[in-house]
Structures are given as C-alpha cells and as structure tokens.
Design a protein around this ligand. Structure first.
Ligand code: AMP
Ligand code: MN
Ligand code: MN
Ligand code: MN
Length: 305
C-alpha cells in the first residue's frame, strides 16, 4: 500500500516544464498513492494526465486547478480539486483569468523596457516554447502553433522570468521576481481576479473541493490576521488548508494542521512542483502522508479518480 500523496503540481499546460503524461510518470516513479495536476487557470492538461494514469493501478489521479484570487494580504491562491471537468463555472473562471493574463503580460514587458531591458513579447513567447508550453497537452496546439489551442495558453510571469534569464538579465528566475516582476517590484503589473468568495463558489458549483494553497504566501503580519482570513474563507465555503507545502517548515506544517482542526477544515499537501522554473522542488516532496488526510475527505478527493 502506497503511503504518500502530492496534491499540487504543474505541467506544460501552465508554467511547469514537464508535459502532463511525463508528470504522471514521474509521480509513479516517486511511488505516490495519488497525484493532482493543478495548473494555473487551465484544465487543458487534465485529459492527457488522466489518460497517462489510467494504466497505473497503484496511483490515483486527482483533477485540479490553481487560481489566483483577490488577496486580503500577500498572495491568495485557491486550489480546486476533484471537480467536474465540464462544469461551466470552472471553465468560465479559468477563461476570465486567462484573458486577464493576455492583457497584463504586455504591460509587464513594457515596464521592463522602460527600465532599459531589451525584451519584448516575442522573447516571452520564445521562452514559452522553450519551456515546452502547451506540449503534450491534448486540445492545445502549443505555443505559437497558430491553432485555436493557443487561446488557452497560460503565459505566466514564470515565462517572463525565463525570458529574462535567457537574455542574461538575471542569474535565476527567483532573481527576476526579487528585482523586477515580483509584487512591489518596479515591473510588477496586476491582473484581474475574482474575490475569494466568488472563486470558492465557482469551484464548489463545479462539484469541487476548495483548498487554501500555501497559506504562508498570504504574508500575514501576525497570527490574528491569518486567523481572520481563514475564518472568512471558511465562511465562504473553503474546504481545506494546504498544510504541507515545499515552502513550509515542519513547524509551519504542524501549525497549519492544528489550525485546520480548529476551523473544521480538512488538510491537504503538495510539492507545487514546476520542473525547471523551481529547480529545488521535487515531486512528492515534502512527503504528505495519506494517513494525514481524513477518511471522509479522501472519499470526496477520489470521487472523480
Ligand atoms: P502569474 O500567475 O503569471 O502572475 O505568475 C506567478 C507565478 O510565478 C507563480 O505561479 C509562481 O510559479 C511563480 N513565482 C512567483 N513568485 C516567484 C519567485 N519569487 N520565484 C520564482 N517563481 C515565482
Ligand atoms: Mn506557477
Ligand atoms: Mn501558487
Ligand atoms: Mn502552484
């Protein structure tokens, strides 16, 4: 019996560098009991991932998505898990967020140009192609293919960071965020998001589970603020907290598990694997014990596996 799961990972359908089928193969090699594909703002990678996992008897596949919501503080990302992949509420939310990206990305590039960097949208699209953007994704023609699939392409700040790396303006993608395109930095530009309540409602209307992703990224000033935010999210229908995450220390994981218990929320966890853009993060790390997830929650989690 396999004992560990990873419920947060990205593929070439968004800003990861492994095609969905390769991600599934890597999860199988890691000996996981379950893997969720949670690309930003798209479900285009799910069919290929599901197909690749069909033959794997010991690993369950959980369909997922990661969406950004209006943050009360810092960054607010909500994972949707185990939803109906045809749900209009989820498809509409994803398209709304993708159209916000298409409008925002040129504004970031313009700011970089004003700072004197020789970079344009073609460089960014080249970085998308190099990262394998859209490759191995059923229904997507891939970056620059000119097919209708490219309308679904998720071009992320990660790709802008990769373009800056390619051109030698930064030594790592992290440096691109820290100096230029991270929140509060000179080339940052925001994009439209739905409120947390609207985001959670869309996921739940689609039959899914709503998870507060990497709560440390809320960047709360103190525990009272964090408690207030989680309280409000719970009121809006939040189901679970991602207590295990590659950015959490063991102490932080324990604290979020306690917090989940206090609020009557379930616990999840995942690596937030991206491949090359986050070279220190591996599939299946940290180890998230299946035994840490409640029995009733697992039933919902695996309802569409
Ligand atoms: P976007 O959703 O296009 O605004 O881009 C956000 C993405 O950038 C996230 O999904 C992360 O994968 C990545 N990201 C955010 N902050 C950093 C950072 N400091 N270093 C590396 N990647 C980051
Ligand atoms: Mn990402
Ligand atoms: Mn995130
Ligand atoms: Mn993520």
């Amino acid at each position: 019996m396999r004992r560990f799961v990873d419920l947060h990972a990205h593929s070439t359908a968004s800003d990861g560098t492994l095609p969905p089928a390769d991600l599934i193969a890597a999860a199988e090699r890691a000996g996981l009991a379950a893997i969720a594909l949670t690309d930003h703002d798209t479900i285009d990678g799910l069919p290929a991932a599901r197909q690749a996992s069909a033959a794997l008897a010991e690993m369950k596949f959980v369909p997922g998505i990661e969406v950004s919501a209006q943050p009360p503080s810092g960054t607010l990302h909500i994972l949707g898990l185990a939803f109906d992949e045809k749900a209009p509420s989820i498809l509409a939310l994803a398209e709304f967020l993708r159209s916000g990206r298409r409008e925002r990305n040129p504004r970031i590039v313009e700011k970089l140009q004003q700072l004197g960097l020789g970079i344009d949208m073609d460089d960014v699209l080249e970085a998308v192609v190099e990262a394998g953007g859209g490759s191995g994704v059923i229904g997507s023609g891939g970056a620059g293919s000119g097919t209708s699939g490219s309308a679904h392409l998720v071009v992320s700040r990660t790709h802008i960071a990769l373009a800056m790396l390619d051109k030698g303006y930064v030594a790592t993608t992290a440096e691109a965020f820290d100096r230029y395109i991270g929140k509060g930095q000179p080339a940052y530009a925001d994009r439209p998001r739905k409120s947390a309540a609207e985001t959670i409602a869309a996921i739940r209307d689609g039959g899914g589970i709503a998870v507060l992703a990497h709560p440390m990224q809320l960047n709360c000033a103190n525990s009272a603020q964090l408690e207030r935010i989680v309280h409000d999210l719970k009121d809006s229908g939040l189901d679970a907290i991602e207590a295990y995450h590659s950015q959490h220390s063991p102490e932080q994981t324990r604290a979020f598990m306690k917090m989940a218990k206090r609020f009557g929320l379930a616990v999840t966890g995942g690596s937030d694997f991206h491949g090359a853009p986050k070279p220190d993060v591996s599939i299946g790390r940290p180890r998230v014990p299946l035994a840490a997830l409640e029995e009733t929650f697992l039933t919902r989690l695996f309802a569409r596996s």
